[in-house]
Design a protein around this ligand. Structure first.
Ligand code: GDP
Ligand code: MG
Length: 181
């Protein structure tokens, strides 16, 4: 890419939120480094990771933020949300309570960000089919109600992880393109 084209690069801040242990950090490490961590390190300390993707021949840097163990209700600071243009709201399909708490996380998101934030509802751990507590339909209909994208993922076996991020990134990109046209 020539010097004169550097100005065409994009940086999108994306936040990953949801209850503790739903798999947020593993979704992030799977997306950014294609790694899975079997020993959950609740406070890994890393604030964000950057992954470069290409859309329409343009370089897009996805700066994905991790709550890094501070996901107690209201403990996530406004600095975490500041400037976010995309969000993944994650629950664990094998733990019903994490799905019931999604509305709280959406409220939090709406308190700190405006409604144009491209948001994906993510039902993670879809590999745990035998102990599933949340039906696919429940996820789908909540997403429809709230006007969100929806996907089920497994950070463990890589199912749909890249797709989840890519849909959000594409939507942010489309939002920007619409604005600047
Ligand atoms: P966080 O607290 O939301 O960041 O969750 P972590 O990424 O630390 O994961 C919490 C626990 O769930 C860890 O023991 C992970 O190994 C496990 N885990 C994360 N994603 C998956 C998944 O897709 N499938 C399964 N079976 N376990 C997962
Ligand atoms: Mg974590």
């Amino acid at each position: 890419m020539g010097e004169e084209e550097k100005g065409e690069e994009y940086l999108f801040k994306i936040v990953v939120i949801g209850d503790s242990a739903v798999g947020k950090s593993n979704l992030l490490s799977r997306f950014a480094r294609d790694e899975f961590d079997h020993n959950s390190k609740a406070t890994i300390g890393v604030e964000f990771q950057t992954q470069v993707v290409e859309i329409d021949g343009k370089e897009v840097k996805a700066q994905v933020w991790d709550t890094a163990g501070q996901e107690r209700f209201r403990a996530v600071t406004s600095a975490y949300y500041r400037g976010a243009v995309g969000a993944l709201v994650v629950y664990d399909i094998s733990r019903r309570t994490t799905f019931e708490n999604v509305k709280r996380w959406l409220d939090e998101l709406n308190t700190h960000c405006d409604t144009t934030v491209a948001t994906m509802l993510v039902g993670n751990k879809c590999d745990l089919e035998n102990i599933r507590e949340v039906n696919v339909e429940d996820g789908k209909s909540l997403a429809e109600e709230e006007g969100l994208f929806f996907i089920e993922t497994s950070a463990l076996d890589s199912t749909n992880v890249n797709t989840a991020f890519e849909i959000v990134i594409r939507e942010i990109y489309n939002n920007i393109s619409r604005k600047t046209l």
